[in-house]
Unconditional design. Sequence first.
Length: 262
Amino acid sequence: MTALLDALLGDLKAEGDQLWNTVSGLGEDEWRTPTPAPGWDVATQVAHLLWTDEVAVHAATDEAKWDAVVLQALGDPDGYVDTCAHEVARLAPTALLARWGAAREALVAALREFPEGQRMPWFGPPMSPASMATARFMETWAHGLDVYHALGIDPPVTDRIRNVAHLGVRTRDFAFSVHQLDPPGEEFRIELTAPSGDTWSWGPEDAAQRVTGSAYDFCQLVTQRIHREDTDLEAVGDDADGWLSIAQAFAGPSGGGREPRG
């Protein structure tokens, strides 16, 4: 296992533990608290993470189970993921947490043992273990934000979100393609201020197309947890400006996003 994968799995565990510790003490009624995602309560958010961790294990370890998931998804490509989340969310909180805990451990084991140099299938492009760990971190962080918002909690913002920012940058061309747009031919320069105050950057320093601002705002934007108008992000160049209106770090069709706070 590479040092990169080891670090990613450490970040994934820390982010998952933070959310786990938040929801493990909730009462039955609190699990049914609505979150900013329409139709999703706290239980649905956790159920989605649980289900996706389990499916990622199938993708890494069991071709037959993965193929079965794909066949089911093809039957309802727009609603399949939501349907599965709502079904799992019917579990009692203790059962939900127990199953999520097992799925989290199984995912770490599957990614550690996955053959080096190979890629596992996924709903988007095939993924390396490091890419899968990054994607699972992104989802854990983003859905965790919805839970914290619903419960009125201000979670600590750490430099672990660099994983989300990196994925947001790497999925630039994917975001354009999802909207049936040709990706720009030139690289962008992205400079973001980390929670620690450090500067994170991607792309050539002399790039004409540029994005600057808060890493936290950028991560919320690429996970569609905030409207662009509510960020401090600034773009130079038409292509960079257009990207901030469609950016997404997750596979699948683009969602509706969040409304401006006004």
